[in-house]
Structures are given as C-alpha cells and as structure tokens.
Design a protein around this ligand. Structure first.
Ligand code: CUA
Length: 346
C-alpha cells in the first residue's frame, strides 16, 4: 500500500482530491443547476431523478459491498495449497438475481411512465393556461403571446402559479429550449410546413424569480451565447407588463427623433419591427418596440446599458461570432443617435 508520507502517495492523494473538489464545487449555486427546482415540472423530474439515483446507490453499495467482502473473506491464504470445493450453479441464487432487478425496474417504471404523461401536456385540472409561441434562431429567442399580440425577445415573462404552454419553432436549424430550474429540454425544430406538428412543452413557476435559460443543442458559432431568461411575476404584474408591451412605442423627440431618422435610413428597418414606427417592419431580428424596458439584449448576453449598446453597434460579430447583424461600420455619431432612439423605447 502507498503511505501518505511517501511523495508518490501524496501525489496520488492530490490527484484524486482535485477532481473530487471540482466535482463537489459544481454541485450547488449555479443558476442553471438542474437539481434546483422552482417549477411544477422540474419538481416531478427531480423527484424521479432522486428515486432512480438512490435506488442505484443502494444497489451499488450492496453489490460492491458483497464483492469486496467475498474477495477478502475467501481470498487464498499462504497456508492453503489446495483448490476449494468446486460448485456449479445455484437455483435459488439464479431466481433471486432475476426477480430482484425485475422488481426494481418495475418500481422505477411506474413513476417514470406516470411522469412522462404528466410533463407531455398540461394536465386538464391545472386551470387557465397561458399560450406562448417560442421562436429560436441563430442566436436569440423570440416570444409571441398569441392572445394579446405581444412580441418580445430574450426574456419571457410568465405569471407565477399558472401553467404556460409553449409551442416551439425554429426559424433556421435545430435548437433546444431549456430552463433547468423550471423544466427539461425540448428540441426546437424548423418547419415551413404548417401541417407539421411542432414540439410543445409546458412549465409553471412556483415562486417569483428570474430563471436562466440556455439553448441546449449545438447550433454553430454563438450557441453558448444563445441565452434567455424566464421572468416569473405575480398575475397582476404580468397583466400590467402585457399592457405595457402591447402599447406602441413612445413618440421620439429631440436626440431620439434624430436617432429614429438614422435608424430608418439604415438597413435596421429590414430586420427589426417597432410598433409605432411604420418604416420598421422587419421580422428577421428581435422586435424592438419596448427595447429599453429589457434588462439585457443580444440573446440575453449583454446588460442593456449605454456602454454595451455602443460596443454592440460598433461590431456585433465581435461580441457574438457569426452574428446575423453585420458590422455596418457606423460612425460614433450614428451609434450615439441610435442609442438615444433605442433608449427612448421604454
Ligand atoms: Cu441554438 Cu444552440
């Protein structure tokens, strides 16, 4: 055996300790921790995971324990020079280790099937369902509320305690919608065919909060920066938010008015919509009607402030490689005018 007083032993201990520490430090506190549950769906998923996990732990300890016990108890001793009695087969053992796994798998299969049914669609007894259409594209998320006509990007507002049914569609390649604290992943597939069935999922936040989301299917250069946020607020606040988002953009004045003229003279209007600005009707990029009311932008990657807006407008692909918004080589004057306009879109 290696003793810890020997350098080789110490090196081995260090080599084992470092990965163990890294593993353990990865366990909690992360905003995208799959075991931190704040939703009805994630509750079910975590309970199911823990049931399977602890069943596996018990099986592991019993099997490995028996193995180690037998290895030591029946090892060959120096005084023994004869082979032990040779046996072949044991009917009770054969029956036992066939029945026990069958029972274990049955115990795990029943809640698994029950939970697959539960998460596949909103159960009919859960009250008033909010519908949201989710659009994934390289590299940001758009959210459309079909009942009110609100269109927004990067942050999806939902009311606490109310089930939200998501219909997921991609505008280019396959993405995957994932808010670890609220629900599992669902693939977001492209469809030009209206008859093709799109993937749906549902979630329900149990308490108010901001829950981080992430595209979970590799989708080229800026996949890791294709983030979003689910903001769960009380029902009354949600209704206020909907009304505010549904209103047309504020009429710009002063520097913001000049910024709107600059905006309308650039290719921006071909990709972005701004309700209240009849020139801006593009749908390829995020809807900017209430841009200034958002905390973050650019796939929820940047905090929405003057400095970040400046950096972004100066050279979008430098911040998000492959960005569909190209570098238009805007002058500092143009950038400042655009920022004044964007910041007026409350
Ligand atoms: Cu979209 Cu990864």
């Amino acid at each position: 055996m290696w003793g810890l007083h020997r350098p080789r032993g110490r090196r081995l201990a260090a080599a084992l300790l470092l990965p163990a520490l890294l593993l353990l430090s990865g366990c909690t506190g992360d905003p995208q921790d799959t075991l931190t549950r704040h939703g009805t769906v994630s509750d079910r998923l975590t309970d199911l995971f823990l049931l399977v996990f602890w069943t596996a732990v018990v099986v592991f300890v019993l099997v490995e324990g028996a193995l180690i016990f037998i290895l030591f108890r029946y090892r060959r001793r120096p005084t023994e020079d004869r082979l032990p009695a040779q046996t072949h087969g044991s009917t009770p053992l054969e029956i036992g280790w066939t029945i026990v796994p069958v029972v274990l798998l049955a115990v795990m299969a029943i809640p698994t099937v029950r939970d697959i049914r539960f998460i596949s669609d909103v159960p009919s007894d859960r009250g008033d369902v909010l519908d949201v259409n989710v659009f994934g594209q390289q590299w940001w998320w758009g959210f459309q509320y079909p009942d009110s006509g609100v269109v927004t990007a990067d942050a999806m507002y939902i009311p606490v305690g109310r089930p939200v049914k998501l219909t997921l569609q991609s505008n280019d390649i396959i993405h995957s919608f994932w808010v670890p604290n609220l629900a599992g992943k669902t693939d977001v597939v492209p469809s030009k065919n209206p008859k093709q069935k799109l993937n749906t999922m549902w979630l329900e936040a149990k308490e108010p909060g901001r829950y981080q989301g992430q595209c979970a299917e590799f989708c080229a250069q800026s996949h890791a920066k294709m983030k979003f946020e689910v903001v769960a607020v009380p029902e009354a606040d949600f209704q206020t938010w909907l009304q505010q988002q549904n209103a047309p953009a504020a009429t710009p004045t002063g520097a913001a008015l000049q910024g709107m003229q600059t905006f309308n003279g650039l290719p921006c209007i071909g990709c972005h919509s701004i309700k209240g600005n009849p020139a801006a009707v593009g749908t390829f990029g995020p809807n900017l009607t209430h841009f200034a009311s958002r905390d973050r932008f650019a796939g929820n990657w940047l905090e929405n402030n003057t400095e970040n807006l400046h950096d972004w407008l100066k050279d979008p692909p430098a911040i998000k490689p492959g960005s569909k918004m190209p570098n238009y080589n805007l002058s500092d004057d143009q950038i400042n005018q655009l920022i004044a306009y964007l910041q007026s879109l409350k």
